[in-house]
Design a protein around this ligand. Structure first.
Ligand SMILES: C[S@@+](CC[C@H](N)C(=O)[O-])C[C@H]1O[C@@H](n2cnc3c(N)ncnc32)[C@H](O)[C@@H]1O
Length: 240
């Protein structure tokens, strides 16, 4: 069977909800870029999945809408809201168009590990620009473009730290992981790091920060090989 985000949504929701150190680390490094009090702030969470980041933003007081093209993910997000209301709202929508989101309607757009799933990055950044108010912020994480390249693999030598073998860095486009236990079996868009940065610049975002957070102790405990490499790229841009 060819997997999609819809077909792996139940697996993904279960994985996140049973406490995945990597997903919680990715959520927390992104949240650190926002104020701790979001009262009065309107936020779009692009590619919200089952709502891990959306709920956290709502609990900081933000008025948050999470969008995702996978209706199954949105079902999970809404079901969680029924059992423990945070005020987060959800819609099925595509990050490449954001048709359900009004122009100039949010101060913040967050995109946790989702822009790497959107086929047309320029269309997504254009859509983000449209929905942000002037001086609004886009904050996103993506799997680190330099180390999470198509079919990258680990090397483990007796006398050296674990390393990552990467290749085909310049070959941008869709690929699918053969790992039956990984989210990227649903597919992923590989892009160079410079493509993400350039796309923001081309759409008149000022780049306020670029970070490659070192994995925290919980992540290293779960994935010891990852100790020496950053799993994610984290970028904050401000719309002109
Ligand atoms: C790794 S999950 C991240 C979900 C959530 N942000 C989190 O941190 O748990 C990637 C999400 O991107 C979504 N996605 C796939 N294609 C997309 C698109 N074109 N626009 C927006 N989101 C998309 C998937 O459905 C999936 O929910």
């Amino acid at each position: 069977m060819t997997e999609t985000w819809d077909t792996i949504a139940d697996w993904y929701a279960e994985r996140v909800r049973t406490g995945s150190a990597m997903h919680e680390f990715a959520r927390d490094v992104l949240l650190n870029e926002l104020p701790s009090d979001l009262q009065g702030q309107r936020i779009l969470d692009l590619g919200c999945g089952e709502g891990l980041i959306t709920r956290a933003l709502a609990m900081r007081g933000g008025s948050v809408v999470g969008i995702d093209p996978s209706s199954r993910m949105i079902d999970h997000a809404r079901a969680t809201e029924q059992t423990g209301a945070t005020g987060a709202r959800y819609a099925v929508d595509d990050g490449g168009s954001l048709d359900t989101v009004a122009t100039s309607s949010v101060e913040w757009v967050t995109a946790g590990l989702s822009l790497n799933n959107v086929p047309d990055l320029a269309a997504a950044i254009r859509a983000v620009r449209r929905v942000l108010v002037p001086a609004g912020h886009l904050i996103f994480t993506v799997p680190h473009p330099c180390f999470e390249t198509p079919h990258a693999r680990w090397t483990v030598g007796a006398d050296e730290p674990p390393g990552r073998v990467v290749g085909n860095y310049f070959a941008e486009g869709f690929w699918r992981s053969a790992n039956p236990d990984g989210a990227r079996r649903a597919g992923n868009q590989h892009r160079m790091l410079s493509t993400y940065v350039t796309s923001l610049v081309e759409h008149e975002f000022a780049i306020e920060s670029v970070a490659e957070p070192a994995p925290d102790a919980r992540v290293i405990d779960e994935h010891p090989m990852r100790a020496g490499l950053p799993p994610f790229l984290l970028v904050r841009g401000r719309r002109s």
